[in-house]
Write a protein that binds this ligand. Structure first.
Ligand code: KIV
Ligand code: NA
Length: 255
């Protein structure tokens, strides 16, 4: 099952069984999610925030992504492993391809990068080399400093038109799917209807896309200090760790 075949299988899920993608940054989490049946393991650059303790994703380096991508790749037997291109590693199409090749050498099956029309040539350069690419449009966390915060997208007609153009550009460049982050639900739905490749939503309404992605730390309550409003935690790992540590301390130190 080659990455190209895996990506083609995801591509063929347009309008079909919704695609389930979760982030993973380490071997045990990736192995657990792979065995649970998740379709795609995303080594997201959210790594910088939920694992490495940086305030945003602009601090993430290629070395970070290679290190964690390798760990996740060692765990994945079935799921497609997608690794984010970090900021400042895909400024030109040539640099994008060079970075993608390094991530593939580390075990990535596919790569993801942020941008639409402005990144069409970058995506095309990578896909032309036989490396599957996932797009990422809407709110682009790597632009947080440029834009002065995280802002919902698709509020004005001009923004909605731009999002549609971005989705078409990403598909035209050969991406096998695209993330849509933090757009209005009706915008995500209309992009999904118009876009020939599967859309994978986050913070973009319920059942508006061809799949959903969540940050594993949000899903299991492993990063309780900041939880986006759209997240529904399904477990409370940080509380469990606190309880286990305190029970162990009572044992070691006495009541
Ligand atoms: O880095 C990440 O976790 C992501 C997802 C939120 C799509 O890019
Ligand atoms: Na990301």
């Amino acid at each position: 099952n080659t990455p190209l075949a895996q990506a083609a299988a995801i591509r063929s899920r347009k309008g079909g069984k919704p695609i389930a993608m979760l982030t993973a940054y380490d071997y045990p989490t990736a192995r657990t999610l792979d065995e649970a049946g998740v379709d795609i393991l995303l080594v997201g650059d959210s790594l910088g925030m939920v694992v490495l303790g940086y305030p945003d994703t602009t601090h993430v380096t290629l070395a970070h992504m290679l290190h964690h991508g390798e760990a996740v790749a060692r765990a994945a037997k079935r799921a497609l492993v997608v690794v984010d291109l970090p900021i400042n590693t895909y400024d030109t199409p040539e640099q994008a391809l060079d970075t993608a090749r390094k991530l593939v050498a580390a075990g990535a099956g596919a790569v993801k990068l942020e941008g639409g029309c402005d990144k069409e040539a970058h995506i095309a350069a990578i896909t032309a080399a036989g490396i599957p690419v996932m797009g990422h449009i809407g709110l682009l966390p790597q632009n947080v400093l440029k834009e002065g915060g995280y802002k919902m997208k698709g509020k004005t007609d001009a923004e909605i038109a731009q999002l549609h153009a971005d989705a078409q550009a990403v598909a035209h460049a050969g991406a096998f799917s695209t993330v849509i982050e933090c757009t209005r639900a009706d915008t995500a739905r209309s992009i999904t209807e118009a876009c020939p490749i599967p859309t994978i939503g986050i913070g973009s309404g319920k059942n508006c896309c061809d799949g959903e992605v969540a940050v594993i730390s949000d899903l299991v309550g492993a990063f309780p200090w900041f939880v986006p409003a759209f997240v529904q935690p399904r477990a409370h790992i940080a509380e469990s760790i606190t309880e286990a540590a305190q029970a162990w301390m009572r044992d070691v130190q006495g009541e």
